[in-house]
Design a protein around this ligand. Structure first.
Ligand code: GSY
Length: 168
């Protein structure tokens, strides 16, 4: 079995529904077991700023899939949920990123693990620290919790625990 952390993000409504559907599709795959889920966080967009706020979360998964097969599955789920890559770094129904795969450093044409710049992004580190504070990122040889404490307070403040206040 391989220990993997995945990041989920969405900034097109209904955002919570896209997260649930992605989790259901992952769980429906017999080679995947979701072991832990972080809370859901509402986060200010990073990179391309002129877009809506995201919901982000991180999950811990045990899987028999190798990294490229897992990437294929993530992209299949993104496509199923209607993701169109219209603006690079722009709005998306769902984004599924492989953050960590065991303690491996992987550089393929299609895939880099650990996920590039994950150690600098509050929208990744805050949910990841909730479920895996002591996990080491092998590309920088630092724990999640250490990288998080080095981020500016202003970045961490843009990541806020989200609760669903909508009534049915
Ligand atoms: O890298 C994932 C997509 N993405 C996000 C995101 O998921 N959350 C936030 N807050 N900003 C983002 N910018 C990009 S691109």
């Amino acid at each position: 079995m391989n220990k993997v952390y995945l990041a989920l993000g969405t900034n097109i409504e209904p955002r919570d529904v896209h997260l649930s559907e992605a989790l259901n599709l992952l769980e429906a795959n017999e080679a995947i077991v979701i072991e832990k889920r972080s809370s859901i966080y509402e986060t200010a967009p990073v990179g391309y700023l002129d877009q809506a706020e995201f919901l982000n979360m991180v999950i811990k998964v045990q899987t028999l899939l190798d990294p490229l097969a897992l990437l294929d599955l993530c992209q299949e789920i993104e496509n199923k949920l209607g993701r169109k890559r219209e603006i690079r770094f722009g709005p998306r129904t769902i984004d599924l990123d492989i953050l960590l795969y065991n303690q491996e450093n992987i550089k393929e044409d299609r895939l880099m693990i650990p996920h590039p710049r994950m150690n600098e992004r509050a929208f990744v580190l805050v949910p990841l620290a909730e479920i895996a504070a002591d996990e080491v990122m092998p590309n920088v040889d630092r724990t999640v919790k250490d990288c998080l404490t080095e981020l500016p307070a202003e970045a961490i403040e843009t990541v806020i625990k989200w609760t669903n206040n909508h009534t049915a």
